[in-house]
Design a protein around this ligand. Structure first.
Ligand code: SAH
Length: 395
């Protein structure tokens, strides 16, 4: 038996763990005389004292994030093995393919057996994000394992968890380099260049999860008038330009995002007058934009951050999609997404259905989209499926 402190589950509460679900909720744990330290690795035992898992403890509704269902040590070897495995899978997917593609997600939390950890790689800089206190505490072990696994391909490790951790005041964490330094932040996705702002940008600096969907948009872009709503760094816009769009308009309420999209267009298509960006609220823009766009992307931020906000979120998706649909000329294509984990595929489709019905448009589903392979879903943890999209044809 390993060296870790033990906690015991209440009677019968091991069922979900037997199905290898990696979360233990606080209500499943027996009261303890001594509360563990936040982020500590614990051994989890059933009420009858049988070993069942090891994982990171945290104060909150998810009390333990399971790292292994066997009694292993969570040290350098553990992280090295999991990371090596994750990298191997990425290599099989073809996403580790410089110089054509050097942007990929190396670790996607539960999907890679590392709950609470996200690692995105941008041209040799690994941006590490901890979503649990345990991963924060283990960050130096993780950095060491990244250096071993990525070898000379790794230039720098940037740690970016200020906004993703709870109880920040007690942890003293700050963003910063754990290894090396890099301010050369241009990286390449499917042959297109992007400035990645990991220092100030949202998430790890870029929305890696739309890679495949951007490529699909490119194939629909030729000769079309494209509107990219909620554009952020302008990923969809840059692909639409390469796809031969007649014009591309990018919209984001953030002036910073508009600056980023302009930089990214300039990086790939100098002095190309087909593109324009607007720092405006999406709903306002749709109210005033007329009916000129025949290829529209709607990729809003998560409308439902929690399950309680579900109903309102679904109404939000319907309203947004209806606003776009009512204007689009016959023969238009709409790429519409939801990245709310609380909204499932069927609910999202129902919200889009309601928008079609409200606007009286004939709508056909051409593609059903989701997150790419480097954001894998652990089959025992369906909560890991978060990005869904539809490509619809509007008659
Ligand atoms: N499609 C992007 C990611 C979108 S993230 C990509 O492929 O990278 C969501 C973006 O929506 C953020 O940049 C945020 O600034 C913007 N946003 C949020 N609310 C908005 C609103 N009401 N109107 C316009 N943009 C908004």
């Amino acid at each position: 038996m390993s060296k870790y402190n033990k906690i015991y589950l209440k009677k019968g509460k091991e069922e979900s763990l037997k199905r290898m679900h990696p979360w233990i909720f606080s209500g499943a744990v027996q009261p303890m005389s001594e509360i563990p330290q936040e982020g500590e690795v614990l051994q989890v035992l059933t009420a009858s004292g049988e070993f069942i898992a090891v994982g990171h403890w945290q104060v909150g509704s998810i009390a333990v994030r399971v790292l292994a269902f066997d009694d292993v040590e969570i040290g350098a070897d553990f992280y090295r093995e999991r990371l090596a495995y994750a990298l191997d899978i990425r290599k099989s997917m073809g996403v580790v393919n410089p110089p054509h593609n050097n942007i990929f997600r190396l670790v996607h939390g539960e999907g890679d057996g590392l709950p609470g950890l996200v690692v995105d790689v941008y041209a040799g800089t690994a941006v590490v994000q901890a979503h649990s206190v345990g991963m924060h505490r283990d960050r130096h072990l993780i950095a060491q394992a990244l250096r071993t696994v990525l070898g000379t391909e790794l230039k720098a490790i940037y740690y970016k968890s200020e906004t993703t951790l709870p109880y920040k005041a007690d942890l003293g964490q700050e963003n910063g380099f754990l290894y090396g330094y890099s301010d050369e932040n241009v990286a390449i996705e499917n042959g297109l260049s992007f400035h990645i702002d990991w220092l100030r940008g949202q998430k790890t600096g870029f929305f890696v999860d739309q890679r495949d969907n951007r490529l699909l948009l490119e194939s629909y872009s030729k000769g079309r008038k494209v509107l990219n709503m909620f554009c952020y760094t302008g990923g969809f816009s840059v692909y639409a330009m390469r796809g031969g769009a007649e014009l591309v308009h990018s919209v984001d309420s953030s002036a910073k995002a508009v600056e980023l999209v302009n930089r990214n267009i300039e990086l790939n298509f100098q002095n190309d007058s087909r593109h324009k960006a607007f720092a405006v609220d999406a709903f306002k823009f749709l109210d005033e934009c007329g009916d000129k766009y025949d290829l529209v992307v709607l990729d809003p931020p998560a409308f439902a951050k929690h399950r309680d906000a579900l109903k309102q979120a679904l109404r939000g998706y319907t309203k947004l999609n209806a606003k776009a649909m009512e204007k689009m000329p016959a023969g238009s294509i709409l790429f519409t997404f939801s990245c709310s984990q609380a909204v499932n595929k069927d609910q999202f489709r129902t919200a889009v259905f309601a928008a079609a019905l409200q606007t009286g448009r004939k709508v056909r589903i051409l593609h059903q989209l989701h997150q790419p392979a480097d954001h894998p879903i652990n089959i025992y943890h369906p909560e890991g499926e978060y990005l869904k999209g539809l490509v619809v044809y509007i008659e």
